[in-house]
Design a protein around this ligand. Structure first.
Ligand SMILES: [Zn+2]
Length: 511
């Protein structure tokens, strides 16, 4: 039996502590003691300010979150980026009173947060700062201004750049723009390009190739986010992309992925709209959808795209999780075909009506993946776990709608469903994918392992029992089998109860 002693936030002794005095002892007999889990793919961002308790993550054993994913970050906020963030924040009655990462991180430190936090800088956000919603290539001066924002963000502690190439306006960035930004991030000391790639469905293979090409052009590490093949006709493609990444790695490229253990993704309903409708920003999109002729032709295109005869997924595969206003809030938890039946409209027409009435603010879970693909991705030894969810509580302002269950169950589910259930890999391998691997892939220093002098981020769980309990129907349920959680040596969860402590630190540059 080995003892682990912590002092002043760090691990001080690993070995025999018998006969020594301790302020507090924790008996871990028959339990697993692991480094705290690192959630590399969080969208908490400003929610750290809304509810710093981060209960939904703490209950899973997450002690560090990396935000700023998918091209959107909480800073820098100029121009259109500021307008958008202010609108998002209004849902939570939060004042956006910061502009730079330095100011935002300072605000988080003042308000306090239960877990450690770090962030990438989103290239959709920096683009919106410079050229708003525009869908064109940037002028030379605009690109220079954008890279200057990237440089400043890295100097303030961002761990790298992220892109979200299905979102407005991140998707209008081409290989040259993305590479230029990633190269500047490298010069400033954060050589990481993290991407929600351009296409996770029909164009997945090409999209992964593009991410790898940006890594080569900018000479940076590449992290492909929430790796998956979406849509029935694309199932199985992950075997090809995993082989591509494997080959790149064997040639010396620093490429890795993250994933969550669910078959449903979770994003904006607006992502189903055709490119021509989404171009030019939200106001332009809404104006088009309000035009009856354009709405009718868009509905036809959508209906065709989801035609089972062409391998399309069914409308029943779309579950509404949240709406921007209260007007249609009662539809949260319902499938799109059910909303359509309620309104006596075709599903495509119902989707458009919902988008117009909610001014595009509709979030949905899309049941678009095969579990065999999810298993293949999780098994790759360069895959770490990322929830793709923000830190929400079980009550209060962040407990809106019917969030994707990964918000409250992602990490325990890996153990319950894929370690014990499908027996894909050992408990130790699962822990590695949540701790030392992500620390190494994202440059988080002195965390992710139990070693002399490392920060005392620790979790105690029962490997025979740990399992998620949150479901699509009832997400607000904590997992089972995870007993204690410590952040920087301070207990945030003891015997399954929250202590209310907020010992988290902002990890600028991973430190
Ligand atoms: Zn994403």
């Amino acid at each position: 039996m080995t003892d682990v002693a912590t002092y002043d936030g760090r691990i001080a002794i690993i070995g025999d502590c018998s006969g020594r005095d301790a302020h507090q002892t924790v008996d871990c007999t028959d339990m697993a003691l692991a480094p705290g889990f690192i959630d590399v793919h969080s969208h908490s961002d400003e929610l750290w300010l809304v509810d710093g308790r981060a209960l939904g993550k703490i209950c899973q054993g997450v002690t560090t979150e990396i935000g700023g994913n998918c091209g959107t970050s909480v800073a820098p906020l100029y121009g259109e980026a500021r307008v958008r963030k202010a609108r998002d924040a209004r849902t939570y009655r939060l004042d956006v009173d910061w502009t730079t990462f330095d100011e935002f991180f300072g605000a988080v430190e003042r308000s306090g947060v239960a877990c450690n936090v770090a962030s990438l800088v989103g290239l959709g956000t920096t683009r919106a700062c410079i050229s708003g919603a525009s869908d064109r290539r940037l002028e030379r001066e605009e690109l220079d201004a954008q890279t200057q924002l990237v440089r400043e963000a890295v100097e303030h502690g961002a761990l790298g750049v992220s892109s979200g190439l299905i979102y407005e306006p991140s998707r209008y960035a081409d290989l040259a723009e993305l590479s230029a930004c990633a190269a500047v991030a490298r010069e400033a000391g954060a050589a990481r390009y993290v991407s929600h790639v351009r296409d996770e469905g029909d164009g997945l293979i090409e999209a992964i190739d593009e991410a790898l090409a940006i890594g080569r052009a900018a000479d940076v590490a590449v992290r492909c986010s929430h790796h998956k093949a979406a849509g029935r006709r694309n199932w199985g493609k992950v075997h090809r992309t995993l082989a591509t990444i494997d080959r790149a790695r064997s040639r010396g490229a620093d490429v890795a992925i993250d994933a969550y253990p669910y078959v449903a993704s979770w994003t904006e309903l607006a992502t189903i709209l055709p490119d021509a409708i989404r171009r030019g920003g939200e106001a332009a999109t809404l104006e088009r959808l309000r035009d009856p002729a354009i709405a009718a032709s868009t509905a036809m295109l959508l209906q065709f795209a989801r035609d089972p005869a062409t391998g399309g997924d069914s409308w029943h595969d779309i579950l509404i999780t949240d709406t921007g206003s209260d007007r249609n809030a009662a539809f949260a938890g319902y499938r799109l075909d059910e909303v359509a039946a309620h309104w006596r409209l075709s599903p495509a027409r119902a989707a458009i009506r919902l988008l117009v009435e909610e001014e595009l603010r509709v979030d949905c879970a899309f049941f678009s993946m095969s579990e065999d693909d999810v298993a293949a991705v999780l098994t790759a030894d360069f895959c770490c776990i990322g929830s793709d969810a923000s830190a929400r509580a079980f009550e209060g302002p962040t407990a809106r709608g019917v969030p994707h269950p990964r918000t409250y169950g992602c990490f325990p589910r890996v153990f319950g469903r894929f370690v014990r259930g499908r027996q894909l890999f050992s408990t130790e391998e699962a822990v590695r994918r949540m701790t030392s691997l992500p620390a190494q892939l994202f440059g988080i220093a002195n965390r992710g392992e139990i070693s002399d002098g490392a920060w005392a981020d620790l979790v105690v769980f029962d490997p025979r029992r740990i399992v998620d309990r949150a479901t699509y129907e009832r997400p607000f349920v904590p997992p089972e089998g995870l007993r204690d959680c410590f952040v920087n040596g301070t207990a945030v969860l003891r015997n399954g109860d929250y202590t209310g402590a907020r010992p988290g630190r902002v990890l600028r540059g991973g430190q």
